[in-house]
Design a protein around this ligand. Structure first.
Ligand code: FE2
Ligand code: FE2
Length: 252
């Protein structure tokens, strides 16, 4: 069989998507297009009127279906990126280092926004996502770990990460709000909790150590207040974020 060219593959993919979507169009958020350097929202089809396709509202047939009352586990399995070794390894290290259970949870969730939502300002988004369901200290530590990562603390043997030198360049300096966050955090009673996330924030992990999400079922059960109605259905300040993640292409 002849190998498909890139554009043939793209066409086939588009055709497959159209089949799955029926006659519905995907309305893309501005944010999704900004990621491609394009300032545009909306969709490519004709706008309303007889004969034109309707916009997707509700479940997206291209994504794995979610249960009516989704749990944190469901979001890990059905929406978040499968590339989650980093948070599993970090939580595993935190447990090995004897951190309290709620801090093991903090390490498990610290980059929840990178693997499950929005990368930019991930500490802030991540903290907001989980705040209604975890101890205040856990949410605070998740928010602040983003800033603390850039600042060494000799008292716990933490140095500026080599990974950051590689990722952002030798001469990268954080923005002023990150410095300000760090200054505030240093004086905060929970400073060490956020610092513990950073200390256990593991980039260079052993590829032979396999950690499964199920190993943290007990910790999640005890320290993540899973709403019985399901994440998104529970009317908290972050319910809309979970709903957006469930149905990311709702037109409105
Ligand atoms: Fe992080
Ligand atoms: Fe991390």
């Amino acid at each position: 069989m002849a190998t498909q060219t890139l554009s043939e593959r793209a066409d086939a993919y588009e055709e497959q998507q159209m089949k799955e979507l029926g006659d519905r169009l995907i309305a893309k958020s501005l944010l999704y297009n900004l990621a491609d350097g394009v300032r545009k929202h909306g969709h490519d089809g004709p706008d309303g009127g007889p004969g034109s396709a309707s916009l997707l509202m509700g479940e997206d047939p291209r994504l794995p279906p979610m249960p009516e009352k989704p749990t944190l586990f469901d979001f890990f399995e059905l929406r978040f990126s499968p590339a989650r070794a980093h948070v599993l390894q970090s939580a595993n290290l935190a447990r090995k280092n004897g951190l309290p259970e709620k801090m093991v949870l903090a390490c498990l969730l610290h980059d929840i926004s990178v693997l499950g939502f929005i990368r930019s300002d991930h500490g802030y988004w991540g903290a907001q996502l989980v705040a209604p369901y975890v101890d205040d200290e856990v949410a605070w530590a998740i928010r602040v770990h983003q800033a603390l990562r850039f600042f060494p603390d000799e008292s716990v043997g933490y140095e500026y990460p080599d990974a950051y030198r590689r990722m952002f360049g030798e001469d990268y300096r954080p923005e002023p709000y990150i410095y300000a966050e760090y200054e505030r955090a240093r004086k905060h009673k929970w400073y060490m909790s956020a610092r513990m996330i950073v200390v256990n924030d593991l980039y260079a992990f052993d590829p032979d150590v396999h950690v499964e999400l199920e190993q943290f079922e007990d910790v999640i059960g005890r320290h993540f207040k899973q709403p019985p109605e399901g994440l998104g259905n529970d009317n908290t300040p972050s319910s809309h974020m979970w709903r957006t993640l469930r149905r990311p292409c709702n037109a409105l």
